[in-house]
Design a protein around this ligand. Structure first.
Ligand code: NAD
Length: 445
């Protein structure tokens, strides 16, 4: 599943040829490595006159929060520095005219943004009070989404939308780091909640379960959760038992053979988690299948199987979890959706129905999980290199790989890092949301 084109254009000869022919030149993305600093260079921070409020990343407060993360923060562009990140606090933006200050801030230093650099804008949600204010706040999303499409060399642009006096600290840490390598052109809303954490082991002491973990994205999620300190249970079909055992052994997890569609799957899962692990803090609904066919040719069993694995199993397990003390208070649930569920995809009415359904389920369940101090969110991956996408016809696969702002497929670890962040104590203010891990895919954008 290696991306031969990516390797080729990152060789000296290949780079020269691609450049001459005007072909896409994706770079190898900066990804998280434990023990390596958040950013490989300095960050430039600016913003207009700032709203009062202790938790806002305002003025010296912003800089202090970033410095505490080990970021070399500067407040002025000397016209020479190559920036690893450009941050703009737009929480005070209240009029269209003020957007020009964001433009003026970004214009010159953008030319010196490092490969795999980060642009992060911090804004406020439209609140329905003043149309002119809401227009200016919403306009930030347009700037960031477009900028994501303009940036090159693996750089990304994202928006953090902060409610009230919620703290964007955890979201900033995620977005600046290599954990968010394939998250681009997104707006992430932060509400109240979120607890301090040890950035090196944010999931220490937590029990996590990942379904569909015998391979692909599920195996990668299990690995990241274990790396971040969780005790992990990996679950998959009995038919995948050997692979599941290998994954479990490689990361020190325990394995549970479970078909999530079986009527007794919720009881089996909760029984196992309660009896063997004393409950659960993190649930990752990752098991998923495709049975692609044009609707006109789709057999009922192809439709039913996809809905059963991808959506109905999640609904039934979540209902059981919420009604049980096996789910610890403050728990995190992460559900795998897909950009297909946002934009639709030819041949995937069943799959897109299931994944759009996941998004509806997450939004609907968010208040119920919040009542128990927890969160439930969806991740919508774009094109990720796994055995699932390996089954696509070659031409469609190669096109899908390039049709995003980063001009490459994501890796399972990119989805896994986002799941790890959503599962972390710091992300407690993110609830009922869909985070796309798609390199700002043009399909499903
Ligand atoms: P994959 O096919 O490589 O792995 C899926 C795993 O789920 C397998 O190990 C399989 O055995 C397991 N599984 C299937 N049915 C199950 C059941 N009934 N009970 C328990 N386990 C079951 O897929 P992947 O590419 O790693 O995808 C993981 C998730 O991410 C899926 O939900 C998928 O829809 C979603 N997703 C993937 C992509 C992508 O590009 N790969 C894009 C968007 C969304």
């Amino acid at each position: 599943m290696s991306d031969r084109y990516l390797s080729l254009v990152n060789s000296p000869a290949g780079r020269a040829v691609a450049s001459r022919l005007g072909l896409p030149r994706p770079v190898v993305l900066r990804r998280h490595q434990p023990g390596v600093g958040l950013l490989p260079g300095p960050a430039l921070l600016a913003g207009p006159a700032l709203l009062p409020g202790p938790a806002l990343l305002a003025g010296s407060g912003t800089a202090d929060v970033l410095k505490a993360m080990g970021v070399d923060v500067r407040d002025a562009d000397d016209g020479d520095t190559r920036w690893a990140a450009l941050l703009y606090d737009a929480t005070a933006v209240a009029a269209i005219g003020e957007l020009a200050r964001l433009r003026d801030f970004l214009r010159a230093p953008l030319r010196r943004l490092s490969p795999c650099g980060r642009v992060v804008v911090i804004g406020r949600p439209p609140d329905g009070v003043d149309p002119a204010v809401d227009a200016a706040r919403q306009a930030l999303e347009g700037v960031v989404r477009s900028l994501g499409k303009e940036l090159r060399d693996g750089a990304t642009a994202n928006l953090v939308v902060v409610d009230g006096d919620a703290s964007p600290e955890s979201a900033l840490r995620f977005l600046l780091s290599g954990r968010s390598a394939y998250v681009d052109g997104q707006g992430i809303r932060i509400g109240p909640g979120g607890a301090p954490e040890d950035p090196a082991k944010p999931l220490q002491g937590k029990v996590a379960v990942v379904t569909g973990a015998a391979r692909g994205i599920g195996a990668a999620i299990a690995g990241v959760l274990a790396r971040d300190g969780a005790r992990v249970v990996v679950a998959d079909l009995p038919a995948s038992g050997e692979r599941l055992a290998n994954v479990a052994n490689s990361i020190g997890a325990s394995a549970l053979q479970l078909d999530v569609t079986k009527a007794d799957a919720p009881a089996t899962l909760l029984g196992h988690l309660g009896e063997r692990h004393g409950g659960v803090d993190i649930v990752i609904h990752n098991a998923g299948i495709t049975r692609d066919k044009l609707l006109a040719n789709m057999r009922p069993e192809q439709w039913d199987a996809v809905l059963a694995v991808n959506l109905e199993s999640q609904l039934r397990i979540n209902a059981a979890l919420l009604g049980s003390t096996v789910l610890h208070d403050g728990a995190r649930v992460v559900c795998l959706a897909s950009t297909s569920g946002i934009a639709g995809n030819r041949g995937q009415t069943n799959y897109a129905a299931s994944k759009a359904g996941v998004i509806g389920m997450v939004r609907s369940y968010a208040p119920a999980f919040a009542k128990r101090g927890g969160t439930i969110n969806a991740i919508a991956p774009g094109f990720i290199d796994t055995e699932m996408t390996q089954a696509m016809p070659l031409a469609a696969r190669e096109v899908a790989r390039r049709l995003n702002s980063l001009q490459q497929a994501g890796l399972p670890v990119d989805v896994a890092e986002t799941a790890g962040w959503l599962a972390s104590p710091g992300a407690g203010g993110v609830n009922g949301q869909v985070i796309r891990v798609c390199g700002q895919s043009l399909i499903g954008a």
